[in-house]
Design a protein around this ligand. Structure first.
Ligand code: NI
Length: 245
């Protein structure tokens, strides 16, 4: 059920039965020469929409921009400032609360979004807002990471991972006709976080973070996407059962 295809009359009817909405959250940022700039929102949207279909719950339009300041050393990246990201997350939640939604769940595809979104949740609770606010980052779920380890062993890395690249390859095969496929070296870095754009580029000159995106295959994407959907759906079902105070 996609919010963008509904009328307000249909949303009113939905709210009589249910009080949950999923909001896919991604980024517009470099994913090395091997991956798509839209990787994080493409993956998050695919997970959220399939979960929405299976559980028959509402999925809001995807937020395609996130907090990506550390990738700004690479062309095509667009970032919200940390403060803006907090405000955007807050305003989205408040809008849904105003209409009677009580469980607002961000399905996230990008690590940089986690801290600002959680800050927004803390701010909302400080303001005494009622409701359940959650962010589920599909790529951090232990069940998903186990599948990634089985397939890619220690080569998944932390950014432009063969896992996320496999999912986008499955969903947007045409876009990969122009992407490279040769192997490169994986350099292990012992760096601190957060990093500025210059520090990031120094540590990770081609935009990968200890990953081997050339290992990406559509068939792996299918397996990982299914595990992500299964696990996220399980978490969302638990959230639907939680008692509201
Ligand atoms: Ni990513």
């Amino acid at each position: 059920m996609l919010l963008e295809n509904m009328s307000y009359v249909e949303v009113e009817a939905y709210l009589i039965e249910k009080d949950i909405v999923l909001v896919p959250l991604g980024s517009t940022e470099q994913h090395s020469p091997y991956g798509l700039i839209g990787t994080d929102f493409i993956t998050a949207e695919a997970v959220a929409r399939e979960v929405g279909k299976r559980l028959d719950i509402l999925v809001a339009p995807t937020l395609c921009y996130g907090m990506s300041q550390h990738h700004m050393g690479f062309k095509g990246t667009v970032t919200l400032s940390p403060e803006t990201m907090v405000s955007v997350a807050r305003d989205i939640v408040v809008s849904f609360l105003d209409h009677g939604f009580k469980r607002i769940v961000f399905i996230n595809g990008h690590g940089g979004n986690i801290e600002p979104v959680k800050t927004a949740f803390s701010q909302l609770k400080y303001e005494n807002r009622k409701g359940i606010f959650e962010i589920i980052s599909w790529f951090l779920l232990p069940e998903v990471q186990e599948v990634e380890r089985d397939i890619f062993e220690d080569k998944n890395g932390y950014h432009a991972t063969p896992s996320e690249v496999s999912i986008t390859k499955l969903l947007r095969p045409e876009a990969f006709k122009t992407k490279p496929s040769e192997k490169k070296r994986i350099t292990r870095n012992n760096v601190y976080f957060p990093l500025s754009r210059e520090e990031f580029k120094q540590a990770y000159p081609d935009g990968r973070m200890e990953s081997a995106p050339w290992l990406a295959k559509e068939k792996y994407g299918k397996l990982i996407l299914e595990e992500a959907v299964r696990t996220v759906a399980h978490r969302v079902r638990e959230i639907m059962k939680m008692k509201l105070l």
